[in-house]
Design a protein around this ligand. Structure first.
Ligand code: T3D
Length: 263
């Protein structure tokens, strides 16, 4: 596909997806959503890919929905933005949650609105020290969508989630890490190298086990302990028959580094 709104490349098992509308702070428009779908399909189908890294071009990660996009434009007909959520944002987040590889958000600058939710939908969020997270929605009369109302209270607890969502104050990256919203903060100048190293590491790990871990973690809040133990048992049974488990356990016994294939 000839991408106009994102950059996408694959190298050594690492897929890099960069939101690429820097003059509009990488806000989402309809065309970008189409390209995101195509890129996620590629990641899902190309078995050489072992990890996906999402970032933004220029000074921002993503400013959420492009408020000038015709789908949002106020005219004689009120826009049905619920429809935009159903058509674009819901499949985007579910696509990430169901992806067959781990995902990393490299938050290089502000992540606002659905842009913040996009970052939070990734398995690991690494932010530059100068980055921030903004639940911009209440400023324009909307609610945190794109999974915001799901991710926020789970990560930071109800009190902080409510404060962030209702007041829409910018949360600096360091505080986001302190609160448990994201995994790590690194100096701006070190972000790219740090994430490259992390992605290279993830690309050599047992992919299926990482993804089953994500699924089990996300299922837990809706399960009883007994249901969760059963889910863990099912995943352990499946992984116990996997080539990567055979390799991992053999490598341990033979005191050598494992060579996982993602199978
Ligand atoms: O469609 C649906 O289904 C609804 C879904 C909604 C999901 C959502 O994401 S709703 C939330 C939408 N996002 C926002 O409300 C954030 C709007 N942006 C901002 O509040 C600020 O831009 C930032 C705090 C993110 C950054 O501020 P600052 O001062 O660093 O930059 P700026 O000057 O405001 O923005 C730079 C340019 O980007 C500017 O364009 P210009 O004037 O230079 O031509 C600005 O208009 C543009 N821009 C920034 N965000 C958006 C945007 N253009 C369109 N849509 C944006 N969201």
């Amino acid at each position: 596909m000839n991408y106009q709104n994102i950059l996408f490349d694959v190298d050594n098992g690492v897929a890099r997806l960069t939101l690429n509308r820097p003059d509009k702070l990488n806000s989402f428009n309809g065309a970008m959503h189409g390209e995101l779908r195509a890129a996620l399909d590629t990641v899902q189908n190309d078995k050489s890919i072992r990890v996906l890294v999402i970032s933004g071009a220029g000074r921002a990660f993503c400013a959420g929905q492009d408020l000038a996009d015709p789908a949002m434009a106020m005219g004689p007909m009120q826009p049905d933005i619920g429809n935009v959520v159903e058509q674009h944002y819901k499949p985007l987040i579910l696509g990430l949650q169901n992806l067959r590889v781990p995902t990393v958000a490299m938050v290089n600058g502000i992540a606002a609105g659905a842009g913040a939710s996009l970052a939070l939908a990734c398995d690991l969020v690494i932010a530059a020290k100068s980055a921030s997270f903004l639940q911009a929605f209440s400023k324009i009369g909307l609610i945190p969508d794109t999974g915001g109302t799901w991710f926020l209270p789970q990560r930071v607890g109800m009190a902080r989630a409510m404060g962030l969502a209702l007041l829409a104050d910018k949360l600096p990256a360091e505080k986001a890490a302190e609160w448990g919203l994201i995994w790590q903060v690194v100096d701006d100048g070190e972000l790219q190298a740090h994430v490259d190293k992390l992605a290279a590491q993830l690309a050599t790990m047992p992919t299926k086990a990482l993804v089953r871990t994500r699924q089990a973690m996300h299922a837990a809040p809706n399960h009883t302990l007994e249901q969760q133990l059963s889910m863990e048992g099912g995943f352990m049974r499946e992984l116990g028959w996997s080539p990567d488990f055979a390799e991992g356990s053999a490598a341990f016994m033979e005191k050598r580094a494992p060579k996982f294939t993602g199978n």
